[in-house]
Ligand binder design. Structure first.
Ligand SMILES: [Fe+2]
Length: 409
């Protein structure tokens, strides 16, 4: 096999010179691998297969070929150009803290522009391309350009799950974004205080040619548990704990309000590029964060939900979202990568067991006092490197091997 660093960069007979100057902004030759069938994923050993429709992992309406000029791709592109995006999407500024909180609690998400200044945006774009290149330069099989990540749709990767440590907080760039002057005041307002926690950081991306819709899903399910710490957090947010007559039990209305206002898990997805109708804008279904019912299957999802995307959100903005809210990825039919690194937080009332160690002590030690406080549960002891950190691989079995090798040392 020729070295990737050579010119031309040929791997398994496939020209991979597209990775030489990989960027997550602007036109790219990456993506659009016609040798990767629609809806194909890989098992935990890296073997490609197409899941069944019943798995809810496939898009039954996906175009028949992964080609920019395929007639079904052209037809989908025309429909997206005409209709894609939430009508009247509100985009708030970082100083509009009350408005951001009001929209967040109403819809389960809020788009806030200018969370990243020009320097941070440039830094994170470069880091996003650097880590993506690590994933893409692992050669695909049988003429495919890439290996699809285990259990995911083609041309879509998670910066978090593709990391053998499950997070990217060993990377100074991701760690530097957990406490920003633009995000901390909004998070403090949403959580009712500054004693919330960092859970991890990663994010996701789609390459051009990600022609499938990801199924609508909630990342976490509401537990409907009301431990004292959660009720205390609710009271701090101004919720009156009303009880049923002659009982210690909370009224149904109070229980529902506590569920709505105390999200266990909040993520900020940061946009490396403007979201537009063609480049895979994420879709969020407003008002679904506190629902018990499950989202519709891909076969049953109505068109209005498929078009409920955040078109118009600009680069440098973030989507602050309640992870219980229904959401999903949409087709990237453009020639650009859509990258969205993130930071994930847990509410102040979550218990210690909800966390795992992913931030090396040395990185933690260089952070601001507030950043140190909110990430204390996920930092390692001095001298301990998080198991698997630094290894990026699309195949679950390979990540497990890397993690176990480090753990065994
Ligand atoms: Fe998700």
């Amino acid at each position: 096999m020729l070295s990737y660093k050579g010119t031309p960069a040929i791997k398994n007979g496939v020209d991979m010179s597209e990775l030489d100057n990989l960027s997550v902004t602007g036109p790219t030759a990456a993506g659009w691998c016609a040798a990767t069938p629609p809806n194909e994923t890989t098992d935990e050993h890296g073997a490609p297969y197409v899941p069944t429709l019943e798995s809810r992992q496939v898009d039954p309406r996906a175009p028949g070929a992964r080609r920019h000029d395929d007639p079904q791709v052209v037809a989908l592109r025309a429909r997206l150009k005409e209709k894609n995006g939430i009508t009247g999407l509100e985009i708030v500024a970082p100083h509009e803290i009350e408005r951001a909180a009001r929209i967040f609690f109403r819809d389960g998400f809020v788009v806030v522009k200018d969370l990243l200044n020009a320097e941070r945006l440039a830094t994170w774009r470069a880091a996003s391309a650097r880590v993506l290149k690590q994933i893409l330069e692992i050669p695909g099989v049988d003429g495919r350009k890439y290996i699809t990540e285990t259990g995911r749709l083609p041309h879509r990767y998670s910066y978090g799950t593709a990391s053998a440590s499950r997070e990217l907080l060993h990377d100074p760039v991701w760690a530097s974004m957990i406490d920003l002057p633009t995000t901390t005041p909004i998070l403090t307002r949403i959580f009712g205080g500054s004693d919330y926690h960092v859970r991890g950081a990663g994010g996701d991306l789609c390459l051009p040619g990600a022609i499938e819709y990801q199924a609508l899903h909630a990342d976490v399910k509401e537990t409907f548990q009301f431990p004292p710490a959660r009720l205390a957090a609710a009271e701090r947010l101004g919720i009156q704990l009303r009880r049923k007559d002659g009982s210690d039990e909370l009224t149904f209305q109070t229980q529902q309000l506590v569920v709505e206002r105390t999200p266990p898990h909040v993520t900020i997805n940061f946009l490396m590029s403007d979201l537009h109708w063609e480049n895979g804008p994420i879709r969020q279904i407003p008002g679904t964060a506190a629902l018990v019912t499950s989202p519709p299957s891909p076969a049953d999802e109505p068109e209005w939900m498929r078009l409920s995307t955040l078109v118009g959100a600009p680069a440098g903005a973030g989507v602050i979202r309640d992870n219980r809210a229904w959401h999903g990825a949409t087709p990237n039919l453009s020639r650009e990568i859509r990258a969205m690194p993130n930071v994930e937080y847990h509410g102040p009332w979550l218990e210690e067991g909800a966390f795992w160690k992913s931030m090396p002590h040395d990185i933690w030690a260089q952070l601001s006092p507030h950043a140190q406080a909110i990430s204390r549960r996920i930092k390692t002891e001095p001298g301990v490197w998080p198991a698997g950190a630094g290894v990026m691989h699309p195949i679950a079995g390979k990540r497990r091997q890397a993690k176990e090798a480090v753990t065994a040392k």
